[in-house]
Write a new protein. Sequence first.
Lengths: 239, 124
Amino acid sequence: PHVRSFHHHFHTCRVQGAWPLLDNDFLFVQATSSPVAWGANATTTRKLTIIFKNMQECIDQKVYQAEVDNLPAAFEDGSINGGDRPGGSSLSIQTADPGSHVQIQAAYIGTTIIIRQTAGQLSFSIKVAEEVARAFSAEQDLQLCVGGCPPSQRLSRSERNRRGAITIDTARQLCKEGLPVEDAYFHSCVFDVLISGDPNFTVAAQTALEDARAFLPDLEKLHLFPSDAGVPLASAAFP
Amino acid sequence: CKILRCNAEYVSSTLSLRRGGSPGALRGGGGRAGGVGSSGLCRALRSYALCTRRTARTCRGDLAFHSAVHGIEDLMIQHNCSRSGSGPARSSGPPAPDPCDYEGRFSRLHGRPPGFLHCASFGD
């Protein structure tokens, strides 16, 4: 998957298996990814697990799990809020498009999470209070949202240089329709469409940009360009 | 019977509300809550009462449980706590900040809204 971190790293990562996106005193988020095709370096997220840790007067501990083709609009115990405590309603879950979209509002920690399914993969997007995102100890130092992907997990330029069934010009045209600015999201889109051969992958990058527009406090940082470390130079990588 | 767990949760939730008062835990007998803000105490007592109700079935006949239930009753009367979600009948002053509304609490505490961060993972 492509990972945009809190500090505007933008990496295209392998991260096969289960990797922590977030691991702090309030939240634990884990993404499980697998290769898009046998032997491929590119992987895609098939499962997301989110643990909302219990908070004295607000919520009981709640677990949310989504997998491709199973995006429930409820927590694992079937509830849709934080439980019976006085502040239980400060955690809620709803959907605007059953099976494709889930939004979790965690007002007790100033956090909003959106999970989407497009083209057979899961996307994760979060807006979290800065103080909450920083509430972790030295042992919780592997968080893709904090430091981006470890160098060993980033796809190198040559590894990204794999041709799919669609030509680069076709991929660029498909992506350009929904992503007129040729930024990191555009390059991710071209990369995804090339690698998967599936035009539906354009939606993943488009909705990720929409979420960034909604969640970023400073829209100056909305568009990241290939000069930033680790951005998939899909168009440049495929001369 | 999980009454000891209820007691522990009550003590930990009122520790942050205390101002140097002695721990007024309801361990096995009607305790006294030392130096605790009333609205915060009312909320902690409601949580405590809820906890005892949830473990009531398995604590029948347990002295610690019955003492705790009576102790909670006494403290709620003593501090004029309401049974529903609001704190004691307040004569004046701004409403207590909702501990489960992060943004409201942060703004009240710092005089400015909190900062936010964004992260995303998508595609392949």
